[in-house]
Design a protein around this ligand. Structure first.
Ligand code: ADP
Ligand code: MG
Length: 730
């Protein structure tokens, strides 16, 4: 029995000592070498084609067919020069992963001669069919076709022998089947809205981009041990496992020196990432044992997100070479920290200004306050939607579970800014400001850069924290596609900025001076969004109570949280801004519900199987050893008192084992019954309620008994690698 576990441990001892072969050159020498960047386009494209693609990147407009042919030819030549034989449209279906279908450049002419071919049509559009991807009712089988279309704003790249072309994925009837299309739309909306608002302060600003810097947390586990844990390999998390006597109590892993084998792995995947133009900058050990983090230099959000998804792929692939498995699951192990993906978000102008960074003049600080306050207001308005975008079966283990940000969406600004907003609220009356009021206000605003320098508060318990020059959406799950939350945030802020503009313009029309009009509307927003601002401990009981009094929602079930996708408020928001229509939102809602159901269903099946086939047989085997030993003792020890004395603990253990195995058997039986009932329900929207309320709780109940048995049963018999092995071997 225990063979599996011990073989895995032996394998581990044979682990390779890979010393990644590092180029003896600077990172900047090979950075982006596998990317068809503008610089390379200039080399491989005609002047016309280069101008065309550059313009399309800047404006988001379509590229005309003639130019597309030229670009395709240049792209093909470049890719072939990098050793590529195939190309693929690389897209992000709603599974949250990336997808690709490779086609060779190969073609055959009329005379039967082979040649390499790739033209504008193949570059611009592909029809991968792909009818098995989740679509939430958007595609009927008779029109199951899905199209992918090139997104020139994210450059093509070569992985292995394949040219990858970032694309959007849409249905035959034009609905979005992916994350990229709505993300691009949200980027456009926020650009338009933010630029107009910027023009109150600086007429030169013509474009605003959204920036994202993600921090990716992950666990590493030895591949052999991972293989010996069917729960980990099938569900991404351990469904059982008693806490290791030592795990993260001593905080001795966090930021400590990176274990050698891990460091080799990190260096190796970073080289691949850098070649792909992914600007990875930071690496460190995280809080939990065998947990790590990496972060890039921030980029434009669409590119940043492509880079995050691509990096996750690279990390998975490179791990194979190092005999590691990388775990992106939000909660691979119970009882220790889980993993998130902090989304650092801001807005930047084409004049090089970060709109969430205060400047040196009162005017630029007023601009800063405008964007800060509008963002807070947007979060207040659409907190439920933001939450819906981060809920998943995996992230539910973190949200509201006293380690990650809670399920209550609030904003942290830091004491100084919080006070500043309170002062504005007090100083600006609804009426015309007096000269004194204006002076005080100006003085206040003038102080912003200084106060931010001192503002070193880092509230780790807030789901949405201001961190000096950006907001950090900390509640995003580590396995999540950032696009979901980014679409919601961009759209909410774009919508908010549009409203702001309307309100300010109205005041200006009524003869209020511009600055004063801006202040009045900002003050109104400060008051309206006050409830969402929270500076205290987001994990505390008091906050749960206070949030309730403030009327903030604290949605603990996924079923309830997902409803925000189809609330009237969200449908209006997304339609008004042309991001997703009602039909598309319903489809996403269904996909989220179904995915959640399937994940719990798989976990429940895996746990049931392991309980019946691994745990109970092992426990019974050990129990029989004990029973036999008691019988043998009885034969040897004739004095009854002495026998009772010696054997009573052993007999108690025998009974204990029975108690746990009986509970496991019974609960597995009950769980299967509940699953059967749940599976009769047709719609995922209703099924999820049953799965969440009646199936999911069994996972913890059954696990409790298994973990008790793990402590009782002879270590040599226990077949599954234990937490102390999974967490400390590397
Ligand atoms: P910390 O853990 O202290 O929050 P990290 O260095 O791990 O900081 O990550 C911070 C992330 O925030 C990086 O990806 C960084 O590039 C990003 N970031 C910094 N400024 C901005 C900005 N203006 N917009 C978006 N992301 C930013
Ligand atoms: Mg951070």
């Amino acid at each position: 029995m225990a063979r599996i576990r011990f073989t895995a441990l032996e394998e581990l001892n044979k682990r390779p000592n890979i010393n990644a072969d590092f180029p003896a050159v600077k990172i900047s020498d090979y950075f982006g070498e596998n990317v068809f960047s503008l610089e390379k386009m200039q080399k491989f494209l005609s002047k016309d084609a280069y101008k065309g693609v550059k313009k399309s990147i800047e404006t988001g407009n379509r590229i005309d067919r003639r130019i597309a042919d030229q670009i395709a030819a240049g792209m093909k030549d470049w890719a072939i020069s990098k050793g590529a034989s195939h190309y693929t449209h690389w897209f992000h279906p709603l599974t949250g992963n990336t997808a690709e279908k490779h086609d060779a450049f190969l073609n055959i002419d009329q005379n039967g001669n082979p040649f390499e071919m790739f033209d504008g049509e193949l570059l611009s559009q592909q029809e991968p069919d792909a009818s098995s991807f989740p679509h939430g009712g958007l595609r009927n089988t008779f029109e199951a076709r899905g199209y992918t279309a090139w997104d020139p704003s994210s450059p093509a790249f070569v992985v292995g022998k394949t040219l990858c072309i970032p694309t959007i994925f849409i249905s035959y009837t034009g609905e979005a089947l992916d994350y990229k299309m709505p993300l691009l739309k949200s980027v456009q909306e926020i650009d338009i809205a933010a630029t107009e608002v910027c023009n109150y302060f600086d007429k030169k600003i013509q474009k605003v981009i959204t920036t994202l810097g993600w921090e990716q947390e992950y666990f590493l586990v030895d591949e052999a041990l991972w293989r010996a844990r069917p729960d980990l390999s099938l569900t991404g998390r351990t469904l059982m496992g008693h806490a290791s006597a030592k795990d993260q109590q001593l905080s001795d892993h966090y930021f400590s020196s990176i274990p050698e084998r891990v460091l080799e792995y990190m260096k190796d995947f970073e080289i691949e990432a850098h070649k792909l133009g992914i600007p990875i900058k930071t690496r460190h050990n995280e809080v939990a044992p065998n947990q790590f983090e990496c972060a890039p230099i921030f980029e434009e959000v669409n590119l940043a997100n492509d880079h995050n998804l691509l990096l996750m792929e690279v990390m998975r692939k490179v791990a194979i070479k190092h005999k590691f498995k990388v775990l992106f699951h939000e909660k691979p192990y119970a009882g220790i920290n889980g993993s998130g993906k902090h989304n650092n978000w801001s807005l930047a102008t084409d004049t090089g200004i970060n709109l969430l960074k205060p400047g040196n003049t009162p005017k630029s600080n007023l601009q800063f306050l405008t964007f800060l306050i509008n963002t807070v207001k947007a979060v207040k308005e659409h907190g439920d939607l933001l939450r819906a975008t981060i809920v998943s079966a995996g992230n539910q283990h973190r949200l509201g579970a006293n380690e990650a940000p809670p399920a209550i969406i609030s904003v942290f600004l830091g004491k100084e800014l919080d006070t500043m907003l309170n002062n504005i609220e007090k100083r600006v009356s609804g009426k015309k400001m007096t000269a004194d009021e204006k002076t005080e206000l100006k003085l206040d605003i003038g102080k912003i850069p200084e106060i931010l320098l001192d503002n070193t508060d880092r509230n780790r318990t807030s789901p949405f924290a201001f961190t000096g020059n950006r907001f950090e959406f900390r509640a995003v799950g580590s396995a999540e596609n950032n696009a979901g939350p980014m679409i919601a945030l961009n759209t909410a802020v774009a919508d908010q900025l549009k409203r702001f503009k309307i309100e300010v313009d109205k005041l200006i029309e009524n003869k209020t001076k511009k600055d004063e009009a801006i202040f009045q509307v900002l003050r109104k927003y400060i008051i309206e969004s006050k409830d969402v601002r929270f500076e205290g401990n987001g994990y505390s009981e008091e906050w749960v109570k206070e949030a309730k009094e403030r009327g903030l929602t604290n949605v603990l079930t996924a079923a309830e949280a997902f409803k925000a996708y189809i609330s009237k408020k969200t449908i209006d928001l997304y339609s008004r801004n042309k991001i997703l229509n009602k039909k598309e939102l319903y489809s996403r809602y269904e996909i989220k519900n179904c995915e959640y159901v399937q994940k719990i269903q798989i976990e429940s099946r895996v746990l049931g199987d392991l309980a019946k086939n691994h745990i109970i047989p092992t426990a019974v085997k050990y129990q029989n050893v004990l029973i036999k030993s008691v019988r043998d003792l009885k034969e040897i020890i004739t004095d009854n008192n002495e026998f009772v004395n010696i054997s009573q603990r052993r007999i108690a253990t025998i009974k204990d084992i029975s108690k746990h195995t009986t509970s496991i058997s019974k609960q597995v039986f009950d769980m299967i019954n509940e699953r059967k009932k749940a599976n009769k329900i047709e719609e995922c929207e209703n099924k999820i309620v049953k799965y969440e309320n009646d199936v999911k709780p069994f996972l913890d109940k059954i696990r409790y008994h298994i973990d008790k048995l793990e402590l009782i049963v002879d270590d040599e018999m226990w077949s599954l690698p234990k937490y102390r092995e999974l967490l400390f071997n590397r």
